[in-house]
Design a protein around this ligand. Structure first.
Ligand code: SAM
Ligand code: SF4
Ligand code: SF4
Length: 375
């Protein structure tokens, strides 16, 4: 495309996934100065016929919490070496890649981490990404810095947030975040986000046996009252630092049974194919919850997610052993077309279905840490 173009055009067909994305330089101050024309007449599918729809971008490997199931202090202590500033993708690099991914059919981008709100000026990245037409842009956060950033995030064009919270009981929550961070501050963050229009607020609770099962019902009662959508996540064997054991997993079935005994629930149809959380609603019409059963009911059959780490590696599965380096491509003068072809090559060879084949034998496989690629 000619460099002197000034307008932006985008045509994205809602139901068909054929895409034409044309971003012409100069139309948006904050989009990188790239001209990009990607015309894809057919959906990019992996070997199991999954399209590429959802991209999770980790913007940092750092975090202000030390959740015992994600970044245990024994490993992520004072001597742990984080990525240096030069090693993480710049906002321009992330946006350039995001544009190319959208050209391949990505419709939703979730920013994650580490903790995305510790990345300096992350709202500026959101501003750049929000200018990509038709993109559903969300973020997952531990909520610690949300109250003070909610308005800026909303103003920058963020659509919604998911906030993680594992208990309403401060002694349990603090033993899980291992950063002495109180429940009230996280709830303040959620409420601020709801006030500025970043709702419906979704709340993520990882349930670990013997640690926070007693919080299941209090959390359900509290967030039903508030009208936030609570989602229970089965504790997973991501990375290798959390000492995962199958016995520590509280199944979604058990969670539903516990809640239903007091607040009867019934299943609801998914919002769309490939939705990660299975939806349940309270029979009295007072709201809904979700369960994410990655261990006991694998959902690989519909998985359309890719993950980009803060250092620019692309992972085609949360449990991937190896990522594909895009930072070197971005920093060595590779054209957008070539990057686009590389993505297509990787996705079309993808055959990931880790959760379906999880066994005692797979647990010890080398895997990337959750704090590198987000949830
Ligand atoms: N720091 C942000 C947060 O905590 O929301 C975003 C990154 S965090 C890695 C994303 C999600 O992964 C969180 O909801 C977190 O609870 C979840 N998570 C982390 N480790 C997990 C594990 N071992 N099993 C299940 N979920 C996990
Ligand atoms: Fe940080 Fe989120 Fe991991 Fe907790 S789950 S340590 S908040 S990245
Ligand atoms: Fe997708 Fe991998 Fe999770 Fe299966 S295990 S749902 S392929 S990310």
């Amino acid at each position: 495309m000619a460099d002197d173009s000034t307008a932006e055009e985008s045509s994205q067909m809602a139901d068909s996934f054929a895409k034409v994305v044309i971003i012409r330089r100069g139309s948006h101050a904050s989009l990188p100065k790239v001209s990009l024309l990607l015309t894809l007449d057919m959906t990019l599918n992996d070997t199991l016929n999954h399209p590429l729809r959802d991209l999770r971008i980790s913007v940092t490997d750092r975090c202000n919490f030390r959740c015992v199931y994600c970044m245990p202090k024994e490993i992520f202590g004072p001597d742990y070496v984080y990525l240096h500033r030069d090693q993480i993708l710049t906002f321009e690099e992330i946006t350039r890649l995001a544009l190319i991914f959208v050209g391949h059919g990505v419709q939703k981008i979730r920013l994650t981490g580490g903790e995305p709100l510790v990345r300096k000026d992350v709202h500026l990245l959101i501003k750049m990404l929000s200018e990509i037409p038709g993109l559903d842009l969300t973020l997952t956060t531990n909520g610690a810095l949300l109250a003070r950033q909610a308005q800026a995030l909303k103003d920058a064009g963020l659509k919604r947030v998911s906030v993680s919270l594992d208990s309403l009981d401060n002694s349990i929550f603090k033993s899980m975040n291992d950063a002495d961070f109180p429940v009230e501050k996280v709830i303040e963050g959620m409420d601020a986000a709801a006030r500025v229009g970043l709702g419906p607020i979704k709340v993520n609770m990882v349930v670990k046996r013997g640690v926070n099962e007693s919080s299941i019902l209090p959390m359900a009662r509290f967030f039903r009252e508030k009208g936030y959508i609570l989602r229970f996540i089965e504790y997973m064997d991501v990375g290798h630092t959390n000492g995962w054991r199958l016995d520590d997993v509280v199944s979604s079935k058990e969670i539903i049974k516990t809640i239903s005994a007091e607040l009867p629930l019934e299943p609801v149809d998914p919002n769309y194919r490939g939705e990660v959380a299975e939806r349940w609603k309270y029979k009295d019409g007072s709201g809904e919850i979700g369960v994410i059963s990655s261990v006991t009911q694998a959902f690989c059959r519909d998985c359309n997610r890719a993950r980009l780490s803060a250092e620019g590696k692309l992972y085609t599965c949360l449990f991937a052993i190896k990522g594909h380096d895009f930072k070197s491509l971005l920093r060595s003068g590779t054209s957008n077309d070539e990057i686009s072809e590389t993505i297509a090559r990787i996705w079309s060879k993808r055959a990931d279905r880790y959760s379906e084949i999880r066994s005692e034998n797979t647990i010890a496989l080398p895997k990337v840490e959750m704090s590198h690629i987000g949830g």
